[in-house]
Write a protein that binds this ligand. Structure first.
Ligand code: BTN
Length: 248
């Protein structure tokens, strides 16, 4: 498949010291016709959004809170949910001596701890807002105690502006990258392969179940071998992973 036009993510940029949600601000800008590549950042959010209606919070100035506009949204972006965490992994590894992996569909982990989350909100074919929350310098005791997964920061003296520059550079590299490249790189960074997972249906046809993760199919679905011996492809809109076990 052909690569799409090269973006220059990060230009223009609008920064808020305090915003409700950078995704919300970027969404409004996208609807108003803001250019592709524009990025909205905030030092702090009062209503940061996470996946599945969860809240996303971070202490002021210690996380990269950024939302990039991609417009229009074409068939070449079908793997965007995998391409964005790949960009975040490469950005983090360019800044600090860390090794990143991805917990499907798009959590970035280092050392079994969550470094970053991605929330993509889209109105195809017009636009997508790529929201990235990357923990940059949050101290271990500053994370909420009730997190679903343990969290960590990039650390190593990295600042949020360095993180933004690196992430924008890598979004240029990965958004619209060839599908084969995205799938091959995701496979290398797949944190779930060979691990036991349990999932719950999210209102769709797929029922709750358990099995062992086998990788990703060419549409970005998680392939699992269920405990009943059935090979299933789980879509991120249909299922929610509720637990991840140890490596087999
Ligand atoms: C997740 O649940 O893991 C995704 C979290 C995404 C959070 C980021 S912070 C910047 C952007 N603005 C939001 O309101 N959410 C995303």
């Amino acid at each position: 498949m052909l690569a799409t036009i090269n973006h220059a993510f990060g230009t223009p940029r609008r920064h808020f010291r305090l915003a409700d949600s950078t995704n919300e601000q970027a969404r409004e800008l996208a609807i108003a016709g803001a250019p592709s590549g524009m990025v909205v950042t905030a030092g702090e959010q009062t209503a940061g959004r996470g996946r599945r209606g969860r809240q996303w919070s971070a202490p002021a100035g210690k996380a990269l809170l950024a939302s990039a506009i991609l417009s229009p949204l074409g068939a070449e972006h079908v793997l965007l949910p995998l391409a964005v965490p790949l960009a975040v992994c490469d950005a983090v590894e360019s800044l600090a001596p860390l090794e990143c992996r991805i917990k499907w569909p798009n959590d970035v982990w280092s050392d079994e701890r969550k470094l970053a989350g991605v929330l993509i909100e889209a109105q195809p074919p017009s636009w997508a807002v790529i929201g990235i929350g990357l923990n940059v310098s949050i101290a271990p005791d500053e994370f909420p105690t009730d997190l679903r997964h343990p969290a960590a920061s990039v650390g190593h003296g990295v600042g949020t502006e360095d993180a933004l520059d690196a992430v924008c550079e890598q979004l240029d590299e990965w958004v619209g990258a060839e599908h084969e490249r995205v799938l091959a790189e995701f496979e290398k960074r797949d944190a779930l392969r060979g691990r036991e997972v349990r999932w719950t249906g999210a209102g769709g046809v797929t029922e709750a179940g358990a099995g062992v993760a086998q990788g990703i199919d060419d549409r970005g679905n998680l392939v699992v071998l269920s405990s009943e011996g059935e090979r299933l492809s789980l879509g991120s809109g249909e299922v929610q992973l509720i637990s991840v076990g140890s490596v087999e």
